[in-house]
Design a binder for this molecule. Structure first.
Ligand code: HEC
Ligand code: HEC
Length: 166
């Protein structure tokens, strides 16, 4: 006869530890600079936060999983190549200009994330400013407001990598 209780107990123990860790409120951890230039990584899963999942496609996931609807959202990073869930550059400014000439300025938070419910007429262009200076400019006009959909871990649509200062 097989005794199943010990393995079941061990499994329960591991589950409890995981549950306690999840409840302790840590949504980030410190990692090596080879993993994230910022050395900070999001580990909060889908817990609602404006610092969640830096680098991932915000609007796509929100539309599938009942997250808030945004017109524009994305992440600014220190380098053009960065893993998903790495914290990016705080206090950078993304300036989005619509085909109607209307401009929206968004400042990145501690995760490098930015998002907005305001819209401009599409297609739009975008600029990246750091310390008040323009360090990057998207010449091609876009219609999808989810910046990380192209500026992805594996860049899509000819994007040069992450929205970044170099
Ligand atoms: C893998 C899925 C997923 C990704 C990727 C994702 N989110 Fe979310 N987000 C969610 C879900 C689900 C919620 C709603 C959670 C809830 O209601 O408990 C949410 C909620 C939020 C909220 C509301 C928080 C609040 O306090 O009201 C903000 C802000 C947010 N996300 C920003 C972002 C940004 C910015 C990005 C991209 C850099 C992003 N999210 C990427 C799933 C995601
Ligand atoms: C459909 C794909 C796509 C989307 C969505 C997109 N981009 Fe881009 N982005 C590109 C491509 C392609 C380039 C390179 C060609 C160019 O500069 O136009 C680029 C370049 C850039 C650059 C210049 C990069 C550099 O190295 O100087 C910035 C800044 C930028 N994008 C910001 C944004 C922002 C902010 C958003 C969201 C509001 C966004 N992009 C959404 C495709 C996209």
């Amino acid at each position: 006869m097989k005794v199943r209780i010990p393995s079941g107990t061990a499994f329960l123990g591991i589950s409890l530890i995981a549950a306690i860790a999840a409840c302790s409120g840590a949504t980030t951890q410190t990692v090596d600079a080879t993993v994230c230039s910022s050395k900070t990584q999001w580990i909060g899963g889908d817990e609602e936060s404006e610092e969640m999942h830096p680098g991932r496609d915000c609007i796509d996931c929100h539309s599938r999983q009942d997250g808030p609807g945004f017109q524009f959202a994305g992440t600014v990073f220190p380098k053009s190549s960065e893993n998903n869930d790495c914290f990016g550059t705080a206090n950078a400014v993304v300036e989005i200009t619509g085909s109607d000439g209307k401009t929206i300025s968004l400042t990145t938070n501690a995760a490098g994330n930015f998002h907005s419910n305001s819209s401009v007429a599409k297609p739009y262009t975008a600029k990246l400013l750091i310390g008040g200076k323009v360090v990057g400019e998207m010449g091609s006009a876009q219609t999808n407001g989810s910046c990380n959909s192209c500026h992805a871990q594996t860049p899509i649509g000819g994007a040069p990598g992450r929205i970044s200062s170099n």
